[in-house]
Design a protein around this ligand. Structure first.
Ligand code: ATP
Length: 355
């Protein structure tokens, strides 16, 4: 069990800076996601927390103790690189026992711990099987067993499901989350998959080019993206961006976009005489008969319960998610309306949210 506090963490490799001053707190027992595109610095951050990489500057605190310069062996953290990495010449029991045996734990204690872990993972029946004949799911469970058997303070996982096909991946993601909920150990999990992060995480840090773009719950990040990068990275299809030039005063009820007033919720700060961008999630676009902001339906993609409609609108391409039961026809011109309370507004130059 451990709270992990990261303060202004920085990592330079020669003259390249991989992590540019990150700060965030991981609460005790949290399932915490480090999310971002390839090369954004997530793995480097994870390795610094685990002690596999030393920071150039900044602090890492685990359980109230500063560990920034301590070696990995003194941090009591289990690092799950890739779940399939088992010792092929050992059976399941010996694979799981390995970390305890190498610590010199007495045999009776080892057996007790193995029984407990096997029960948690539901693998009591296969303890004496060779790992070579195991199914993919059981191999994952055994590898997890080896990570959890010594009850570390926290788990670090680097894309543990990355190599799996979609269906199996989803099932293991659910199992992993359920296992975490039973054990309650702080877990830091690296992924580039926004859906995985949204589904599994209690909290998410979104990184880009070594910078923390946003830190919050999945819902905070989805509903109130702090930057255009986050708005675009989270959600599929991503948030629509409608650029416009104009002036919006605090408390203003609407903005004028392409000759049409679009209703807005209250702003945090005054925004005027600069290029701004309205952000609209596809599920918040409505079709109306009378709307003056109009678009032509270019394509319709059927997705089962919903359909994604691509429109040619005055400010560019726009995507709407509608129930599949709505009748839409390619070529038709429709009025567009947005749910005011859900809109985002960004400063185009900085990419930062204005509300
Ligand atoms: P990925 O998912 O592709 O691994 P990531 O977000 O985990 O991406 P990191 O592995 O943290 O990214 O790498 C961040 C940047 O730092 C990359 O540009 C990478 O090339 C660079 N980098 C990482 N380790 C080293 C190293 N030991 N020496 C030099 N550059 C490094």
């Amino acid at each position: 069990m451990a709270e992990i506090v990261i303060k202004d963490l920085r990592k330079e490799f020669g003259d390249f800076t991989a992590v540019k001053g990150s700060s965030f707190t991981i609460a005790d027992g949290e399932f915490f996601m480090l999310l971002g595109p390839s090369g954004c610095g997530k793995t480097t951050t994870l390795r610094m927390i685990a002690g596999l990489e030393l920071p150039t500057s900044g602090e890492i605190w685990i359980d109230g103790e500063e560990v920034s310069k301590k070696p990995a062996s003194q941090r009591d953290i289990a690092f799950v690189f890739q779940m399939f990495a088992l010792y092929p010449h050992m059976n399941v029991r010996r694979n799981i026992a390995y970390p305890l045996v190498s610590q010199g734990l007495p045999r009776a204690k080892v057996n007790e711990k193995i029984a407990e872990v096997a029960r948690i993972l539901g693998i009591e029946d296969i303890l004496d099987n060779p790992v070579s004949g195991l199914s993919g799911g059981d191999r994952q469970r055994v590898a997890l067993g080896r990570a959890i058997v010594r009850s570390p303070k926290a788990f670090m996982m680097d894309e543990p499901l990355g190599a799996l096909d979609a269906e199996f991946r989803e099932r293991m993601a659910e199992e992993l989350r359920a296992l975490h909920d039973r054990m309650g150990a702080t877990t830091v999990y690296v992924t580039h998959d926004q859906l995985e992060a949204m589904q599994m995480g209690d909290k998410i840090v979104v990184m880009n080019h070594g910078v923390v773009e946003q830190f919050g719950t999945p819902q905070e990040i989805y509903d109130h993206p702090a930057t255009m990068f986050v708005a675009d990275f989270i959600g599929s299809p991503p948030m629509n961006f409608i650029p416009f030039e104009g002036s919006v005063s605090p408390g203003a009820a609407s903005v004028r976009v392409a000759g049409t007033q679009i209703a807005l919720p209250a702003l945090r700060e005054e925004a005027h005489a600069r290029r701004m961008v309205l952000g609209v999630r596809p599920e918040h676009v409505r079709f109306t008969d009378e709307g003056a902001y109009r678009g032509r339906i270019e394509a319709v993609e059927y997705l089962g319960t919903t359909q994604i409609v691509t429109l040619d609108a005055p400010n560019g391409t726009l995507r709407a998610r509608l129930p599949s039961s709505d009748v839409v026809r390619t070529g038709e011109v429709v009025g567009l309306d947005f749910v005011a309370s859900t809109l985002s507004l960004f400063d185009e130059a900085s990419g930062r949210a204005l509300r």
